[in-house]
Design a protein around this ligand. Structure first.
Ligand SMILES: Cc1cc2nc3c(=O)[nH]c(=O)nc-3n(C[C@H](O)[C@H](O)[C@H](O)COP(=O)(O)O)c2cc1C
Length: 185
């Protein structure tokens, strides 16, 4: 797939079906993520892949944690939360650990992380898979953080849900470029 064509046609897919990528395909996408612009090569990131039965365990511990947090929630609401990690065959968790560096402020490291996640999603798209970047309560849930063995200073920047696109896939409408740029003189 031509790089530009893939970039222009990619759309997030809220509905994702099996099959998801295999580990070699995921590793290739992570190689692409590691090509993101990274000021002073701080490499402030790591990735976790959650697939197969691990998703079910993640869903169970997330639902239990949310129930303990707000016991008044209805069974239907807890079930809706439990389903969240099961929305795709594979989840790729992008984790940022800000480095101390006088020349690279935190916002630049977040920007690098964002560029890395976009590279990851484009590389998955190039291999025929679809994805959506989500965050929400899952990324800050204490039990989820503990299960992923996150250090105190690590943040989940993205939960990338990955699978095959549905038929027909969602096609995002993109704005025309004209209002967004001009030539300065
Ligand atoms: C940092 C970040 C967090 C996001 N979190 C969510 C989320 O929790 N749930 C969601 O439905 N979309 C979320 N989105 C939006 C989707 O990833 C996606 O961009 C949006 O659905 C538009 O689709 P498109 O990529 O085809 O333009 C998030 C996007 C970003 C950049």
């Amino acid at each position: 797939m031509e790089l530009l064509q893939g970039l222009l046609e990619r759309s997030s897919q809220p509905v994702l079906v099996a099959p998801g990528p295999d580990l070699a395909q995921i590793e290739l996408a992570i190689r692409a993520a590691l090509c993101a612009p990274d000021h002073r090569a701080l490499q402030p990131w790591r990735y976790l892949v959650v697939h197969g039965e691990a998703r079910v365990r993640l869903a169970a511990l997330y639902a239990a944690s949310q129930q303990a947090l707000q016991p008044q929630r209805s069974a239907a609401e807890i079930e809706r939360l439990r389903q969240q990690p099961l929305r795709a065959p594979t989840l790729i968790v992008a984790i940022l650990r800000l480095r101390e560096d006088a020349a690279v402020p935190a916002h630049e490291q977040w920007l690098s992380m964002g560029a890395a996640v976009q590279n990851l999603m484009l590389a998955l798209h190039a291999q025929g898979y679809a994805a959506i970047w989500r965050t929400g309560a899952l990324v800050s849930d204490a039990a989820v953080r503990a299960a992923f063995a996150l250090a105190d200073d690590e943040r989940i920047a993205a939960l990338v849900y990955v699978g095959s696109p549905p038929v027909p896939p969602r096609r995002a409408e993109r704005p025309l470029p004209q209002p967004f740029w001009s030539v300065w003189s």
